[in-house]
Design a protein around this ligand. Sequence first.
Ligand SMILES: NC(=O)c1ccc[n+]([C@@H]2O[C@H](COP(=O)([O-])OP(=O)(O)OC[C@H]3O[C@@H](n4cnc5c(N)ncnc54)[C@H](OP(=O)(O)O)[C@@H]3O)[C@@H](O)[C@H]2O)c1
Length: 210
Amino acid sequence: MHYPCTFARGENRFPKDEDGLMKMGETTYVDTWRTMQKIMTKGKIKAIGVSNFNKEEVENLIAAGKAPAVHQMEVHPFLTQEAFTRWHQDQGIHVQQFSPLGNQNSFYRDIYWNNGLANRGRLIDEPILAEIGRKYSKSPAQVALTWGVNNGRSVIPKSTIPWQIQQNMASDFVLEKEDIAKIDSLNANLRFNTPDEAYRWPLYKGLDGI
Ligand SMILES: NC(=O)c1ccc[n+]([C@@H]2O[C@H](COP(=O)([O-])OP(=O)(O)OC[C@H]3O[C@@H](n4cnc5c(N)ncnc54)[C@H](OP(=O)(O)O)[C@@H]3O)[C@@H](O)[C@H]2O)c1
């Protein structure tokens, strides 16, 4: 389940109202969750994952019968979401990092300008990642990815370039604790204004940017 909401049914997959905001459907994400579980009992699916839910929304799914197997959410060294990911691990929910290289498209850069964090530049240009990379003979991108793997998460970097894809596949080496701590220190809660905002963040209200 990609978002904790449904959009209004119809021909248009991304229906908007006269103010340009998404038109919401009547089905709640909990309704969808219950239906997904029924499909599971029929053996048609093995596991259900969610994405972009906040803590309360995940708790509502658990209360509705079952924890998701996986939560795909934005995590990278500029947005470590440490407490939130630890909470998932305590619940037995696997965390999968989307945009594990900090993403680089303009949609995200615009958001960072809005909250005054665009001067961070691109994650893969971060000197600390380059310095750690030299120690292990790895690139900054590989250091960012293995930081996620070393923390028990999976990472799904996107690339269309064969050498980058090869590099990304070789990003599961072991970092020393002190290096993990240095990478943790890069956290800027990018996208959010406070560290705990991800717990409450209703992403679907910002979907007019699609
Ligand atoms: N669930 C959700 O709401 C959600 C939201 C966003 C993204 N995602 C998913 O997350 C995945 C990745 O996210 P993303 O594309 O936003 O961000 P990302 O993987 O953090 O960043 C992608 C960028 O990194 C570059 N890159 C990849 N490997 C590299 C390397 N080894 N060295 C240097 N640059 C490298 C790519 O360049 P090139 O393009 O030039 O190869 C691309 O510009 C996708 O599968 C996407 O569908 C999910």
